[in-house]
Ligand binder design. Structure first.
Ligand code: FE2
Length: 393
């Protein structure tokens, strides 16, 4: 794929959604299924809690489809131009989520990069704090279509199934899974993940977020090595999964400040030695509990499990069972964490069964912080007590 330089990784629209690594987006491009499916991964996160976000590229019979676009840097556009040379033009760009802002923000720029492509979006798109029409958000009005309401693209090669719409109070949760029959791959967005034990390859060029979180004190220098990268990744996953993990204490500010500005740490890269975290025994076990197993290769993303689905379990189960019943599945490709994940249709049915009989919307341990947010949103009336799932689209 194309050679990368600093300029080719520039993403000038980063202030629209100011997430790490801001104006420079390195992209890891991998062929997931030979000559059929490709992954374009970039890092995205708040401060140093950054996880990969993925665009999946499908080869169609006469061109390419982009599912969940990432920032179209020069590096990305060059790699797509290489694929277009081999397999035909980008025909279709899909925004597969109504609520995932991190997947929405790059769509207008990607649409401008491919002016002949049709843009398909899920129904019930929304913006906050003001409801704005898609064209005001930069979506090209004349070539933007709404999935299901205006049909579906490439029905002769692809199948589509919606999870939702689910009423979140502020807006709607809805994501759309896409089966690429030729490769038996199911593309999904946020609902299911396979978290890897090892740090993603994407951190190879700049492991700073991993090394930052690998430490136990603010005055420890950032030291690179495989063990520190792994340790930092595992802690970073706990932050991304639970926002405030159970096995994490916040030391008094006097202690935090006394460790700041140590030699070698007086830079923004190290946040000047400010490190308001103290990890407690048992955090590794908390991480282990998030990993896939041979019988359960995917899990529900924890933040969604506790903040989006607590009162919508049946919609999630119906979606999993419909995919298991109707589709021949070999791979699942989520928009975050590991991909491709080898999954059989029966394993999606098994996941639905285990969610049905297991504890749902737990409050203890690392779930406590998310559960507290959920309770507060309910108390304030921000989210509905009964989500009143609108009719299927
Ligand atoms: Fe996402």
């Amino acid at each position: 794929m194309a050679e990368a330089t600093g300029r080719s990784q520039s993403w000038p629209w980063w202030p629209l959604l100011p997430l790490y690594p801001y104006g420079r987006r390195q992209t890891l491009i991998r062929e997931l299924i030979p000559a059929q499916v490709w992954s374009f991964e970039q890092l995205q996160g708040v401060l140093y809690v950054a996880v990969p976000i993925r665009m999946t590229v499908l080869r169609l019979r006469r061109g390419l489809l982009l599912y969940a676009p990432v920032a179209p840097t020069v590096e990305v556009r060059r790699a797509l131009a290489d694929l277009e040379q081999r397999f035909g033009p980008v025909q279709t760009i899909v925004l597969p989520t109504a609520s995932g802002l991190e997947h929405k923000v790059a769509v207008p720029a990607m649409a401008r990069a491919f002016p002949m492509a049709t843009v398909w979006v899920t129904p019930r798109q929304w913006s906050f704090p003001m409801a704005l029409p898609l064209s005001w958000l930069g979506f090209p009005a004349r070539r933007t279509r709404v999935l299901f309401e205006q049909g579906v693209p490439h029905a002769e090669e692809l199948d589509w199934k919606a999870l939702g719409p689910l009423d979140l109070g502020l807006g709607t949760f809805l994501e759309v899974a896409c089966l690429h029959r030729a490769s038996a791959s199911v593309l999904i967005t946020d609902a299911l993940v396979a978290i890897g034990r090892e740090p993603p390859e994407l951190f190879g060029a700049d492991p700073t977020p991993l090394l930052f979180h690998a430490r136990d004190r603010g005055d420890e220098p950032l030291q690179d090595g495989p063990e520190n990268r792994r340790r930092g990744w595992q802690r970073l996953v706990l932050f991304a999964s639970y926002l405030r993990p159970d096995r994490l204490a916040v030391p008094p500010w006097g202690e935090v400040l006394s460790q700041a500005l140590a030699p070698g740490l007086r830079s923004l890269r190290c946040y000047f030695g400010l490190y308001p975290f103290r990890w407690l025994p048992g955090w590794q076990e908390e991480f282990q509990a998030l990993l896939p197993t041979p019988s359960a290769p995917l899990r529900v993303a924890p933040v969604l499990e506790r903040l989006v689905f607590p009162r919508c379990r049946s919609a999630l189960l119906d979606w999993l069972r419909a995919m298991a019943r109707d589709w021949e599945i070999g791979w699942v490709i989520p928009a975050h964490y590991e991909a491709p994940v080898a999954v059989r249709a029966s394993q999606l049915a098994d996941l639905a069964d285990s969610l049905e009989v297991g504890t749902w919307a737990p409050d203890g341990g690392s779930w406590a912080y998310l559960a507290g947010i959920d309770r507060n949103l309910l108390r304030l009336g921000v989210v509905p007590r009964s989500p009143g799932v609108p009719p299927q689209c």
